[in-house]
Ligand binder design. Structure first.
Ligand code: UFG
Length: 350
């Protein structure tokens, strides 16, 4: 799938939370597709290495970076006032499911307030196009698989998940009320991997919650053993099934979505897309694929289920395939090899 490069006057996309894992990969793809990008981040959950990596990959040494917190309404207003921003992709938010259960107010305040400020500041300064990074978590434990965008949302099992639902609603209602706005929510399944350059990737703080960073850290010897949470699920091999999607594939979906908005091709003022591969993989299958892709034997054991995990979820990505013209393409082995190259890069063992 070739991404056509933008021609003519460059459009400018603000990437809030652009120094993080998904934001940095999205920034690369936007720049490579010919957009001007402004990265804004408060660096509360990452450092500047993501932005440095984006500069190296794209050769864009003068990539604008603004250190700011979108919970500061005045700072958000200033940013939109001082730059001509055509579209904003909002990533800035806390994302640790477990932490959100213990500190719900921190999550509600940060994730809701920052998004409200972004919408208000965009609107006040003539930026009509707002893209929100949502999550498959809104589907909860689905009644049938794969899930389509029309599948019902389930009551959230964590404040984090609830903020995703609430932000979707904030965007939907704002677009309905303010005719000048358009919105897209992308529902990500399980983004994994790293840029093939090994210059950007995931930087988990402390012990990783997510599967692939835990696998790569175990493989490199930072963790002793991977715990596979449950092998008694009603799935073919007893482990949970997920829709693991390559981070570069996922990042590219944003380019297609932004282009659809900016070209005025949206058919509804508020659109939702599943961003997944459409192919389920079990945790055990993923572990095996990692071993095959890297030749590294992984130390793992089965432990009890992790509370809150759904048994299985994967996407029907047909709407995104059809309307965005986007499709996930990367082979899972290449994705896992990239995650491994990134871990080795971090360890300085390249
Ligand atoms: N898993 C393990 N061992 C680990 C980590 C994870 O066996 O050390 C298993 C989990 O039990 C789960 C699967 O690997 O079955 C995937 O777990 P992740 O934590 O990587 O991903 P989740 O599907 O739980 O979470 C993802 C996103 C969240 C989002 C959630 C729900 O990371 O942001 O999907 O959609 F909220």
């Amino acid at each position: 799938m070739h991404i056509q490069k933008e021609s003519g006057m460059k459009k400018c996309v603000l990437v809030s939370g652009g120094a993080g894992f998904i934001g940095s990969h999205v920034s690369v793809e936007l720049i490579e597709a010919g957009y001007d990008v402004i990265v804004a981040d408060n660096l509360s959950n990452c450092d500047l290495s993501g932005v440095e990596g984006v500069k190296k990959i794209t050769g864009k040494e003068d990539l604008p970076f603004v250190k700011m917190d979108f919970c500061d309404a005045e700072a958000a207003m200033r940013l939109f006032r001082e730059h001509r921003i055509d579209a904003v992709i909002h990533f800035a938010g806390f994302k640790a499911v477990g932490e959100s259960v213990g500190e719900p107010l921190k999550y509600y305040r940060n994730n809701l307030e920052s998004f409200i400020n972004v919408i208000e500041a965009a609107r006040a300064n003539g930026c009509r196009n707002i893209l929100f990074s949502s999550s498959a978590t809104v589907y909860g434990e689905p009644d049938s698989l794969p899930v389509t965008e029309a599948s019902p949302r389930k009551e959230a099992t964590s404040p984090y998940g609830n903020t995703k639902q609430m932000c979707e609603d904030i965007l939907r209602d704002s677009v309905k009320a303010y005719e000048d706005l358009r919105g897209i929510a992308l529902r990500y399944f399980n983004p994994i991997g790293a840029h093939p350059s090994a210059l950007i990737g995931e930087l988990p703080r402390g012990v990783p919650n997510n599967l692939v960073p835990f696998i790569t850290q175990t493989a490199i010897g930072r963790r002793e053993c991977l715990s596979i949470f449950g092998n008694d699920y009603p799935t073919p091999d007893g482990t949970c099934q997920r829709d693991f999607i390559d981070i570069v594939d996922l990042a590219r979906a944003h380019v297609f979505a932004v282009r659809r908005m900016l070209d005025g091709r949206m058919t509804e003022a508020y659109e939702i897309y599943n961003i997944g591969t459409g192919t389920p993989l079990s945790v055990m299958q993923l572990v095996n694929a990692f071993q095959e892709a890297t030749g590294v034997a992984l130390n793992y054991r089965f432990t009890p289920r992790r509370p809150g995990d759904v048994t299985a979820i994967w996407a029907d990505p047909a709407k995104a395939n059809r309307e965005l013209g986007w499709k996930a393409e990367r082979d899972i082995r290449d994705t896992l090899a990239a995650a491994w190259a990134w871990e080795k890069h971090l360890a300085g063992k390249d």
